[in-house]
Design a protein around this ligand. Structure first.
Ligand code: CA
Length: 241
């Protein structure tokens, strides 16, 4: 498991590096956004710890750019912020961050967060089909199986072999919500409320960006969404029949 740490305050970067390396993670450190993008082009870390306040290009921009690069396995991105008010920017701007952490932090808690995110990555690399095991906590539709315990979703569509979907945590929540209620029409505000609760302050259209990203991973034919359908003038619904 490789972790890239992007933090311009060198002392903080060093503390993070030390506590993660002592837990057995391989870490690389860089101090600005440009270097982060360059490094990201050279190797693919499993997780990126990304400070928001960076000289030049800020962390949100770095996050957005990383999410725009198509790769086999999207890295998890944990944003660091020193201010509570940045949290709604992290969530609201749909930059694609998976989690955030407010500084000052306790190294132990940070390690716990990192572990929680990486556990998901380990599960996602399990062989396809393992979600078919007969356990509780599975939700199935014709083309999808959601494993709530393992926190993963697989697609088994027509003739294709089962495919594990690599989803961010908000995409996972969104997809679970849809699959639990096939045919139900959701307004944008309702989806936002379910995803982020009262933490959200911003444009309702933000949800469209998340839907677009989810469709890319879920739909076999992007031009003609089959599962996540737009309901004109209202919002979205999920159909799988
Ligand atoms: Ca900083």
């Amino acid at each position: 498991m490789e972790i890239l740490i992007v933090e311009d305050e060198r002392e903080i970067a060093e503390i993070i590096q030390e506590c993660l390396e002592s837990e057995g993670f391989a870490c690389r450190v860089c101090y600005d956004g440009q270097s982060a993008l360059r490094l990201y082009g050279e190797y693919q870390p499993d997780l990126i710890i990304l400070d928001i306040r960076l000289p030049g290009m800020d962390g949100l921009e770095v996050c957005t750019q990383i999410r725009q690069k198509p790769v086999a396995h999207d890295p998890y991105i944990l944003m660091l912020t020193s201010r509570g008010e940045e949290i709604d920017r992290i969530i609201g701007l749909s930059t694609g961050a998976d989690d955030y952490y407010v500084k000052p932090f306790s190294p132990r808690e940070l390690v716990a967060r990192v572990r929680a995110l990486l556990r998901r990555r380990l599960r996602e690399s399990d062989p396809p089909g393992y979600a078919q095991r007969n356990r509780s906590g599975l939700i199935r539709t014709k083309s999808f199986t959601i494993d709530l315990e393992q926190h993963c979703i697989s697609r088994h569509f027509e003739e294709e072999s089962a495919k594990q979907l690599d989803l961010s945590s908000s995409e996972f929540k969104l997809m679970t919500l849809f699959v639990k209620h096939p045919g139900r029409v959701w307004e944008r505000g309702q989806l936002i409320e379910k995803l982020w609760g009262d933490d959200f302050f911003g444009e309702e259209r933000v949800i469209d960006t998340h839907i677009a990203r989810l469709r890319k991973k879920v739909e076999p034919h992007l031009g003609k969404p089959r599962f996540i359908q737009t309901v004109v003038g209202v919002g979205y619904k999920f159909e799988d029949s």
